[in-house]
Design a protein around this ligand. Sequence first.
Ligand code: PSU
Ligand code: MN
Length: 306
Amino acid sequence: MSQTALASPLDIAPEVRETLDRSGAVVALESTIITHGMPYPQNVATAREVEAVVRENGAMPATIAVIGGRIKIGLSPDELEWLGTATDVMKLSRADLPYAVSSKRHGATTVAATMICAHLAGIRVFATGGIGGVHQGVEETMDISADLDELARTPVAVICAGAKAVLDLPRTLEYLETRGVPVVGYGTDRFPAFWSRTSELSVPLRLDSPEAIADLIRTKEALGLGGGTLVANPVPQADEIPASEMRTFIETAIAQAKTRGIAGKAVTPFLLSYLFELTGGRSLATNIALVKNNAALAAQVATSLR
Ligand code: PSU
Ligand code: MN
C-alpha cells in the first residue's frame, strides 16, 4: 500500500500565524500546568494572566494543547476555559502525543510535548513553571521525566524556575550535563528550586540579560548542536518559600505518595496538589508568581532573538 501523507495536525491561531510569518516574537506556553498542575479556577485565571504578561513584554503567547486530536498552537479564551474544567484530558508527553492525535483525544502538553509542538510550529522560546526531572528514589523506580531527554533533542529554549524541589536535583543536573543541555542561571550562581530562590547546587552557567540569553540560543543554533537550552530563573524574593520551610512539606508529600502507591504520570500532579494542602495554598501562590516571572523573561528573550 502506498503511504498517504498525514494532513497537518497543527491548528495555528491566526494571530500566532501572523506573528510567525513576519518573524515576530512568540512564546509557547504549556497546558499540563492548567489541567494537572493547578486547581480550578486558579488554573484558568493564571493561564490568562500569563498570556497577558507575555503580551505586555512585547511577544505573542501561544498556549499549546491537543483538542479532539488537533494540535492547537494558541488557544481561544473559550478553549482555555474549557480545558481548565474538562475531565478526560490526557497528560501528554512525547510517548503519548501521536496517540492523542490519531485517536482524536484531548490532551494537555507537558514540557516535553510542548517543546515538540512548539518546534513543529517554528517557535523557539517556551515559558513554564518547573521542568520534570530525575525523581528521588530513581534507583528503584527509574522515574526520569521525558522532559530531560526532550531538552537534549529538540531546539527550543525553556525558561523555568529550576526543577521542582520534590525531585532529585543533583541527579537532574547531572543528567542534563550528560545529555549536553546548557543550564543557565538567570542572574544567579545557584540552581533555583522552584518555590525557593536557591538550592545548595551551583548552576553550571550564568547570564545576566535577555540579550545574552538570546545570543547563546542563536550561537547554539549556528553551531548546529541540536537540542534545547534550559534557563533557570529564580522566583521573585517576595513570593518565595525558603528551602528550609519547604523541606518538611516535601518529605511528608513524598512519603504520602509512597504509602498510597502513586506511580508514573500521577506522581507530579499528586505531589503538587498535596503540597497545596500542606502549605495552606502558599505553594500555589508561589507557583503562579514564578510562572508569570518566567513568562516575562521568555517574552524578553523572544524579542531579542529576532
Ligand atoms: N511545573 C509546574 N506544574 C506542572 C508541571 C511542571 O509548575 O504541572 C508539569 C509540566 O508539564 C512537566 C510535568 O512537564 O509536570 C512533568 O511531569 P513528569 O514528572 O511526569 O514528567
Ligand atoms: Mn515520571
